[in-house]
Design a protein around this ligand. Structure first.
Ligand code: SAM
Length: 273
C-alpha cells in the first residue's frame, strides 16, 4: 500500500516536470538579483563560494565527480572541474540534457551565458578573470557525458554506468527536495544516490530550506518538500553519511522575487562512511 502511494507520488512529480522550461528557470534563478556578482549577499555568489571552499580544502579528491540532477546549469561543477579528471552531468529531462550539450558543443546557441560565472570562480581561485577561457576549455574537456537519471530508482543511473567502486564525489544542487513528494522519498533518494558513491567519498549537497514550491516556467508550479536543517542532518545520518559541515544562507527580502517561497539555502559537505 505504502509502495503504491510512493509510486503515485513520484509519478505525479515526473508529470509536473514535463512542463519544465529551462530558459525560464535560468532566467528566474541565474540572473540578478539572485546572480549579482557585485553583491556579497546574492545567492549565487554564496553558492559558488561554498563550492570553491569545499573543493579547495584538499580532502576531496579522486578521478570521477558526478553531478546529480544538473538541470540546465553548470555553476555547480565550476570548482570541481579543476580537481577531477572526469565529470558526469545527469538529468531526468532530455530538454535539460540538450541545453547542457549545446553549451558543450557551441555556447552561442545556449539559453545562458556562463561567462560571468566562469570569471567569478576564476577570481575565487586567485586567477585573473581572463582565465575564464581556459576554465571553459577545461570544463569541456572533463565533462565526458551527460546522462539520464532518476533518483527514485534504487540504481539511479542504471547498471554498469559507473566503475564498480562508485564515484569519488557527488554534487547535487536543488534536486532531491524538488523532485520528491515527501520527506520519506527525499531520504530514500539520498540513499539511492549514495549507492553511486564509493565509501569514503564526499557528497556536496545544496538545497532549499522551508520551500513548498518553485516555478519551473510560467505557470509551472512544482511542489517541493519543505526541509529544516535538522531533517537534512537526520536524512544524512540515516543514509550513512558523516557530516563535515553545514552552512546556511538566509534570503534577503529583495532576493524573494516571487518564483518560489524559499527562505534559506543549505550547503552540506559530508563523507560516506
Ligand atoms: N541542479 C540545478 C540547479 O542547481 O539549479 C537544477 C535543479 S532543478 C530545481 C531540479 C532538477 O531535477 C531538474 O533539472 C529536473 O529535471 C531534475 N529532476 C526531476 N525529476 C528527477 C528525478 N526523478 N531524478 C533526478 N532528477 C530529476
Amino acid at each position: 500500500m505504502e509502495e503504491k502511494g510512493t509510486e503515485n507520488g513520484t509519478a505525479a512529480m515526473a508529470a509536473c516536470y514535463q512542463r519544465f522550461d529551462p530558459a525560464a528557470y535560468l532566467q528566474y534563478n541565474y540572473t540578478p538579483p539572485r546572480a549579482d556578482f557585485e553583491r556579497e549577499d546574492s545567492i549565487v555568489p554564496w553558492k559558488l563560494a561554498c563550492l570553491h571552499r569545499a573543493f579547495s580544502e584538499g580532502d576531496v579528491s579522486g578521478e570521477l565527480l558526478v553531478d546529480i540532477g544538473s538541470g540546465p546549469t553548470l555553476y555547480q561543477v565550476l570548482s570541481g572541474c579543476e580537481v577531477f579528471n572526469k565529470v558526469l552531468l545527469t538529468d531526468f529531462l532530455e530538454i535539460n540534457r540538450q541545453e547542457l550539450r549545446r553549451w558543450l558543443q557551441d555556447e552561442t546557441s545556449c539559453s545562458m551565458d556562463w561567462t560571468p560565472y566562469l570569471q567569478h570562480v576564476c577570481k575565487l581561485e586567485g586567477r585573473s578573470p581572463s582565465a575564464w577561457i581556459e576554465k571553459a576549455a577545461k570544463l569541456r574537456k572533463v565533462i565526458t557525458d551527460i546522462l539520464p537519471i532518476d533518483v527514485h530508482r534504487s540504481h539511479p543511473l542504471g547498471p554498469d554506468i559507473l566503475p564498480s567502486a562508485g564515484a569519488d564525489c557527488l554534487v547535487s544542487s536543488f534536486c532531491l527536495e524538488s523532485v520528491s513528494p515527501d520527506l520519506a522519498a527525499f531520504t530514500r533518494a539520498l540513499g539511492h544516490i549514495g549507492r553511486l558513491l564509493r565509501p569514503g567519498g564526499h557528497l556536496l549537497l545544496i538545497g532549499a530550506l522551508e520551500e513548498s514550491y518553485y516555478l519551473g516556467g510560467p505557470g509551472v508550479k512544482i511542489p517541493v518538500v519543505p526541509l529544516t536543517e535538522a531533517q537534512v542532518c537526520a536524512s544524512l545520518k540515516e543514509n550513512g553519511y558523516t557530516l563535515i559541515r553545514l552552512e546556511v544562507y538566509t534570503l534577503p527580502q529583495d532576493m524573494r522575487v516571487g518564483v518560489d517561497d524559499v527562505t534559506g539555502v543549505f550547503f552540506v559537505k559530508a563523507k560516506k562512511d
